[in-house]
Design a protein around this ligand. Structure first.
Ligand code: HEM
Length: 268
């Protein structure tokens, strides 16, 4: 039978030893926000690359996000709302990732030494994820701010003018590589961490995951480069008319002919 003093002496150290659940919660929040951002990026790349189909296709997708086909007129504010959500998620994900950055030169060089010694691909991939993530702090923030504040300036001519005449293409070029490498590595690490697609042979499963990861990164980088080239081509052709809004072919054809000044009866 236990005495009161025994109970006190056993519960106090046990309470002190109890681990906080917060590191696990923060880790889960980081994984979940990364997954949502990764999936968003796949959609984003497909929507933006609609310019490869035609300028009209890109215009229609832009207007769909502005609610044009639901309300009968465009509300660019809807795009700002979506951007705000993505921006908040992006900042939260970056803040959570900060916990894992090396915080001193000592930590930095210890990791580099460790990486060189181990020559383990996953350890090196983590290093790339830190650097690409760091680059995105700046590059993606600028892009998101532009989209947040000028949601109505998205379209075949509007985007192409920004990319070429607005000289955004160097930023997009670096951001494209950063986001596709970061996203690919991130999703691969998520799959390994949470044991997705394990299969019978863990090593073979990991090899397949790695192939899938590289495949996805290469696919989206090639798609992104082709898309960027398309905006640059339109931007160069349109550089003398910067600011002109795109009007889709069917609206141009349907537009009433220039009003005739001829009055009935033939008089002018
Ligand atoms: C809701 C939020 C977002 C919207 C509405 C949006 C919209 C766009 C649009 C319209 C373009 C075409 C170029 C232009 O108009 O300037 C573009 C390009 C691009 N965006 Fe975003 N974006 C968003 C979020 C992001 C995020 C979070 C990233 C990366 C972290 C990103 C990375 C890129 C890249 C790399 C390009 C160049 C695309 C290419 O080369 O194919 N965007 N975005």
């Amino acid at each position: 039978m236990s005495t009161g003093s025994e109970t006190l002496s056993t519960t106090a150290p046990r309470r002190a030893r109890r681990r906080s659940a917060w590191p696990a919660r923060l880790d889960f929040a980081q994984s979940a926000s990364g997954l949502v951002l990764g999936l968003f990026m796949w959609g984003h790349m497909f929507f933006v690359s609609s310019i490869l189909i035609s300028a009209d296709a890109m215009w229609a997708i832009t207007k769909m996000f502005e609610g044009y086909f639901f309300f009968g007129r465009a509300y660019p504010g809807i795009v700002s709302l979506v951007v705000s959500g993505i921006f908040i998620l992006f900042v939260a994900h970056a803040a959570l990732a900060l916990r894992k950055f090396p915080i001193s030169y000592g930590q930095y060089s210890a990791y580099r030494e460790h990486m060189g010694m181990m020559r383990h691909e996953d350890t090196t991939l983590w290093w790339w994820q830190v650097w690409t993530g760091f680059a995105m702090f700046f590059l993606a923030s600028v892009h998101l701010y532009q989209m947040l504040m000028h949601p109505g300036m998205i379209g075949p001519y509007e985007s192409a003018d920004r990319v070429w005449s607005g000289r955004w293409w160097p930023l997009y070029l670096v951001l494209l590589f950063a986001v596709e490498l970061h996203g690919g590595i991130g999703l691969y690490r998520l799959a390994v961490k949470w044991g997705w697609f394990p299969g019978k042979d863990a090593n073979a499963g990991r090899r397949n995951l790695k192939r899938l990861k590289w495949g996805l990164s290469v696919f989206f980088i090639v798609l992104g480069l082709a898309t960027l080239a398309a905006y640059i081509k339109i931007g160069i052709a349109h550089q003398d008319r910067v600011g002109e809004r795109y009007v889709p072919t069917w609206q141009r054809d349907a537009a009433p002919a220039a009003p005739s000044t001829t009055l009935p009866g033939g008089t002018k």
